[in-house]
Design a protein around this ligand. Structure first.
Ligand code: NAD
Ligand code: ZN
Length: 355
């Protein structure tokens, strides 16, 4: 079966295009009572961007904190806050921030129209009803969350996304100026998330011309940003993120992401840095990519946390292995159909022992 891939229908790109957000949301406001929710990363509290959020009288500014990556109970709480603010459905939800804020916006837009807790929908195509119209304004480039059909959530039992066609944003506003304040280490970690998406997609067994076309261009842009220090890096990384997301949407990520899910489930390690930590153990599978990653890391002067394995309890190690090995498609993409005979529990343990 070929996947019938749902795309973001409307995209705005360019420095300063954030100023057009008001006009775009205006198109959703059909009657006087219509209201919008702006889901905004609280890193922008008191910053210039706060003043630029095009909030109207009836609208709700929902600050979100992303110190922890999105959890199902947090999504349920935010959804309830929106319902308490106004029991009628909003006409638009706009997520402003990095992958975490964008995933929270996607999740709230889905949970306002689907009953119960978000834990019930962690999986593939479990969402029953279309979401509230939702838009993304990325302020940090790399995850590809602006284009993907998932909202990654950690629940009581698993870290798994709300994967569905309804999850895909209806509008994306790509304004590279908004990434100006990203700290250097975060820029590297989330940028490398994008780089790793490309390596895992391009070297996977699921590769096809669609994913290759986007993955190669994204990798080229990542190199212009991180190897050549191109002056238009913000624009380039924003497009690399988008294209990297397009590439994996029609292929898959691989070993690094599988291991990083185990790591972040147990230690709460954030996605970008977690991927950097696990990618650094994978010379055997992605030799050229890991070599180039290390060169970039050295050039950038950012390091990754090391020596994590020595403080792990046996229980934690077991959980990491279990969570990582549960991600069948990622391993199959990396190692082929016979992956279980290659990536045994012992092999996975030996990789986690290197972190
Ligand atoms: P993030 O959204 O967690 O943000 C990282 C840090 O950067 C936060 O402290 C945030 O406040 C800060 N930040 C964001 N924009 C900033 C700006 N312009 N200036 C200053 N600080 C800024 O980081 P991320 O790497 O973009 O996203 C990671 C999340 O995305 C994880 O939860 C991960 O699971 C998820 N993810 C989702 C997908 C998807 O397809 N849905 C794909 C990959 C990762
Ligand atoms: Zn990733």
């Amino acid at each position: 079966m070929f996947r019938n891939f749902k795309l973001v229908p409307n995209i705005l790109f360019g420095r300063g295009c954030f100023a057009q957000l008001d006009e775009i949301v205006a198109g959703r406001r059909k009657s006087g009572g219509d209201w919008a929710v702006f889901v905004v990363d609280d890193v922008f509290k008191g910053k210039d961007l706060e003043k630029r959020v095009p909030l109207h009288d009836n609208d709700f500014l929902l600050w979100v904190n992303v110190a922890d990556e999105p959890k199902t109970d947090y999504v349920d709480k935010l959804t309830l806050e929106a319902k308490h603010f106004n029991p009628a459905l909003p006409c638009a939800i706009i997520g402003i921030g990095g992958g975490s804020a964008m995933d929270l916006a996607k999740s709230v837009s889905l949970m306002l129209t689907n009953e119960g807790s978000s834990t019930q929908y962690q999986g593939w195509d479990l969402i029953k009803n279309p979401a509230v119209w939702h838009a993304a304004v990325p302020t940090l480039s790399g995850t590809g969350a602006e284009v993907s059909r998932t909202a990654v959530l950690t629940g009581p039992e698993k870290k798994l996304g709300l994967n569905s066609d309804y999850t895909v944003f209806d509008q994306v506003v790509l304004d590279p100026e908004l990434t100006a304040g990203v700290p250097k280490d975060q820029h590297f970690y989330t940028g490398m998330d994008c780089y790793i998406h490309c390596i895992e997609s391009l070297q996977g067994t699921y590769i096809n011309e669609f994913s290759k076309a986007y993955g190669e261009k994204s990798l080229d842009l990542c190199r212009q940003v991180f190897v050549d220090n191109h002056p238009d890096s913000a624009d380039k990384l924003m497009m690399a993120s988008f294209f990297g997301g397009m590439s994996i949407a029609y292929s898959q990520v691989g070993a690094c992401h599988a291991l990083s899910y185990g790591l972040s489930y147990v230690l709460g390690t954030h996605h970008g840095v977690g991927c950097c930590i696990t990618f650094d153990t994978l010379d055997e599978y992605y030799p050229d990519g890991v070599k180039e990653f290390r060169t970039i890391m050295e050039k950038t002067g950012v390091d990754i946390p090391r020596g994590l394995a020595k403080d792990l309890t046996e229980d934690q190690m077991e959980t990491m292995i279990r969570v990582a090995l549960n991600l069948d498609p990622l391993w199959e993409n990396c190692l082929g159909k016979d992956w279980k005979s290659i990536m045994t529990r012992d092999k996975a343990r030996s990789l986690f022992e290197k972190i």
